[in-house]
Ligand binder design. Structure first.
Ligand code: T4K
Length: 377
């Protein structure tokens, strides 16, 4: 007999620093009477994020979506942008808002990120950029994508919304491509309630990001470029600084949760855990399983619905595919026939609850529920 949880168990809960740690920083903001526009907290957070991500250039933003828009404008992206349909709506929407056009490309069946073998066939004279997503924090095949981009003179922009702290062979993931976007939304491992960042290696590109997020203002006398308001304010930055101090401990707890899931889900027929390739340091942003309906015995949707009865709110990130949205389904690249892997994968993935305060007995209970659903439906 499986007993539902008394309280809902969500896919994630925000990491909350001790309130007094935040209050101390807010007191500094109050005494400075400086609330936004590159204040003291903002500057400190930018430097701290640069050190944490091990990237030379960081520009903070009010959210990840505006950061993506600014990156696309700064890189002069127009025409076709090759991207994945297996992502959050912000990715193709940012392309469209910038006046460019998403060109959907299928994903790799294991990494679930853009499949480099499929990218080249989609490149035309109109293509200007590859916008790839490190989905669930799993790194794209950055070398293969860069190689294609170099051969065709394309920019490479990474949506690293889920990849805070991910490293490939010890190198911070924000160092790859022309630039990378990180989201600091409340649901992310590191957050500032809302927020985001662009990282890159080029100091002049970072200066362009800084100018564009501040309306293109260069000085009181000069405005250059069509900027926007993408600034992170001091309250966000103060929260970010307090949260950042808690990230190492949160990561340790999440690793324990992940290890427990792996142990307790081991050997379930038709269920596989989505994992990073070797040599990758994980962001521990999501814990994702794939359910093969034939060998598991019922569909991912059945597991999702049954878990809800037990008060467990898993998520089907990123179902439905972006290519099926009204805005995109008529694009030639959006045809499911061109996206067979993504079309299959999106029916199989399920993100199980993952956050540091999730008790290990709750993990055990979720795993028991999944076993029970397999046997009894
Ligand atoms: N690119 C990618 C690949 C992304 O995944 C995202 C955002 C972006 C770009 C854009 O970055 P931002 O502009 O957002 O910085 C959430 C987040 O809102 C979104 O940031 C994130 N991706 C996406 C994957 O997840 P929803 O619609 O699933 O959020 P929601 O409100 O359903 O929250 C999920 C669960 O989290 C809730 O069931 C309970 C828990 N929760 C949530 C919030 C907001 C809390 O416990 N407390 C909270 O305050 O989009």
């Amino acid at each position: 007999m499986i007993r539902p949880f008394d309280e809902p168990i969500y896919v994630t809960r925000p990491l909350l620093p001790p309130l007094d740690a935040l209050q101390g920083r807010l007191a500094e903001v109050w005494s400075s009477r400086w609330l936004t526009n590159a204040g003291e907290q903002h500057e400190r957070l930018g430097a701290a994020i640069g050190r944490y991500l091990d990237v030379p250039q960081v520009s903070l933003f009010n959210n990840g979506t505006i950061a993506l828009l600014v990156a696309l404008r700064a890189l002069g992206i127009r025409g076709g942008v090759i991207t994945t349909p297996f992502t959050f709506p912000a990715t193709p929407h940012a392309i469209s808002w910038s006046g460019a056009r998403p060109v959907f490309c299928d994903i790799d069946p294991v990494r679930l990120t853009l499949d480099p073998a499929r990218v080249e066939a989609l490149i035309t004279r109109d293509t200007s950029c590859i916008l790839a997503v490190h989905v669930y924090g799993i790194p794209c095949d950055v070398n293969a994508l860069q190689d294609i981009a170099d051969r065709h003179g394309l920019k490479v922009l990474y949506d690293a919304a889920h990849a805070f702290g991910t490293k490939i062979g010890g190198v911070g993931i924000g160092n790859f491509g022309d630039a990378s976007m990180f989201s600091f939304h409340a649901t992310k491992l590191f957050h500032s309630a809302e927020g985001g960042a662009l990282t890159c290696r080029s100091a002049s590109l970072r200066k362009t990001f800084d100018d564009l997020k501040n309306f293109g203002i260069l000085s009181q006398e000069e405005v250059s470029g069509i900027g926007i308001n993408g600034k992170m304010n001091e309250l966000q930055a103060a929260l970010g600084l307090a949260v950042l101090e808690c990230v190492p401990a949160e990561l340790e707890r999440r690793r324990a949760v992940i290890a427990r899931y792996r142990e307790r889900l081991e050997g379930i027929r038709g269920l596989t855990v989505v994992s990073e390739p070797g040599g990758v340091e994980s962001s521990c942003q999501y814990f994702v399983v794939r359910i093969d309906p034939v060998s598991f015995g019922c569909s991912r949707d059945t597991v999702f619905d049954r878990l809800k009865h037990y008060n467990v709110f898993a998520r089907k990130y990123f179902h439905p595919l972006c290519s099926t949205y009204d805005a995109y389904r008529d694009l030639p690249s959006a045809s499911p026939a061109h996206l067979p892997v993504a079309t299959r994968v999106v029916q199989e993935v399920l993100c199980l609850p993952l956050y540091g305060t999730l008790p290990l007995p709750a993990v055990d209970a979720v795993c028991d529920m999944i076993r029970h659903i397999q046997t009894h439906g």
